[in-house]
Ligand binder design. Structure first.
Ligand code: 9MR
Length: 397
């Protein structure tokens, strides 16, 4: 009898507490960090293909980047420019591309203004050429980018769509493009640069026509078209810990994940300038990766370059190499990161020269395709990571 009364009083306390605090799972607003269970979770970047290693490890000092990355099951990639002076015409460009990188992303030809230059047709030709080339050469392909404020065709910018019309146009485009390369493009930058540096939504046709939920509409459409593709939110200045922009993107992705929106990763573009001190420290980069990794997301560096204020000097080339070192060492050691892509191969072709006048030479190879100190730094980081993983294995970790 006493026991029954005791159980009843416990039940009454539980019901009262529940009514006072609200039903778990039904609270509105942000879920606290500790109770958040991500719907998706990255596969950790940890592997080591020992059978690919030479007996004498000192030989690694001569290996191209992609061979070192392959040992680590890691992707070191580059943006591929599709122009008369680059891919597919320049033999030297294609030779360095094939030798050094095991992942590619189209610099421009998978954007709206190439694929839908005309309202009445889709132009997949240049994108197909890059995907075919990547497959022939064992490279992973990232797709870039399905919805952005920039590089939209003028016919599209001139429309005055209603919300319903705009949703239809965006969904049709995403499903057609992702469907076209289904199973071949493994990762997509679905939404690019939707948040401003002040943390507010950036103005764009999609934001204006559709409203805040355009982002989740885009991700859901991409997932429907290829459920196996990894889907990324991609943006710049995300490497700076707790900045207004990083906080806003973090909150946005956390909310979308809590709603079950299919987002698997966040792309840190990584456009840096020595005029602003270059890349942040390795510790800051690592802490920034950690923040998003705790949401269950992959974090990749998708568009790395480090521009140099003119004129280029040996000292500045060393500073540039240090920035690359901070990024690559933080990325390679982090379980949530499995790829770093640079935004171009050589200083002879870079957007920096025409969009950041006064600065130049942001890449790993100079304009004549000679490797720079930054290239050596990246190679050293890859070798150091191979050695670190070997040692961890020896210690049974
Ligand atoms: O490298 C691209 C350049 O050729 C284009 O003119 C430019 C147009 O905005 O876009 C450049 O690539 C951008 C990328 O798609 C998104 N992140 C910033 C990149 C550099 O501007």
């Amino acid at each position: 009898m006493l026991r029954r009364r005791f159980l009843w009083s416990i039940l009454v306390v539980v019901i009262t507490v529940t009514l006072l605090t609200g039903m778990p799972g039904c609270r509105s607003g942000n879920l606290p960090d500790e109770s958040f269970t991500p719907p998706y979770s990255y596969v950790p970047n940890t592997g080591l293909q020992k059978d690919k290693l030479p007996e004498d490890l000192s030989e690694l000092a001569e290996w191209p980047l992609r061979d070192l990355a392959d040992v680590l099951n890691f992707h070191v990639g580059t943006a591929v420019a599709y122009t008369a002076q680059t891919f597919p015409n320049s033999e030297q460009y294609v030779e360095v591309l094939t030798r050094e990188f095991n992942a590619v992303v189209a610099e421009n030809v998978m954007k709206w203004d190439t694929i839908r230059r005309s309202e009445s047709s889709y132009n997949f030709g240049p994108g197909d050429a890059i995907v075919n080339f990547a497959e022939e050469n064992g490279m992973m392909v990232r797709g870039h980018t399905l919805a952005w404020h920039s590089q939209n065709p003028s016919w599209l910018m001139g429309k005055n769509y209603s919300r319903e019309e705009a949703i239809q146009v965006l969904e049709d485009y995403i499903k057609t493009v992702v469907g076209h390369w289904k199973g071949r493009i493994k990762e997509w930058d679905v939404v690019n640069e939707a948040i401003d540096d002040n943390g507010k939504r950036r103005d764009s046709i999609w934001q204006r026509w559709i409203g805040d939920d355009w982002i989740e509409i885009a991700f859901r459409a991409a997932h429907e078209a290829d459920p196996d593709a990894l889907l990324f939110y991609n943006d710049y200045n995300l490497e700076f810990l707790n900045s207004a922009k990083q906080n806003a993107v973090y909150d946005l992705l956390k909310k979308l994940l809590a709603k079950g929106v299919p987002i698997h990763g966040v792309g840190f573009q990584g456009h840096f300038g020595l005029e602003y001190g270059g890349a942040p420290s390795k510790a800051t980069i690592k802490a920034s990766i950690d923040r998003f990794a705790k949401l269950g997301l992959y974090v990749q560096f998708t568009e790395i370059d480090v521009r140099i204020p003119k004129d280029v000097t040996p000292q500045k080339l060393q500073e540039q190499a240090n920035s690359y070192r901070n990024i690559f060492s933080a990325a390679l050691e982090h379980p949530a990161c499995n790829a770093v892509l640079v935004w171009g191969i050589h200083d002879g072709h870079t957007w920096v020269d025409y969009l950041f006048p006064g600065t130049t030479a942001p890449l790993l190879f100079d304009a004549e395709f000679n490797p720079k100190p930054a290239y050596d730094a990246v190679r050293e980081c890859l070798i150091a990571e191979i050695e670190r993983r070997l040692k961890a294995e020896e210690n049974g970790q």
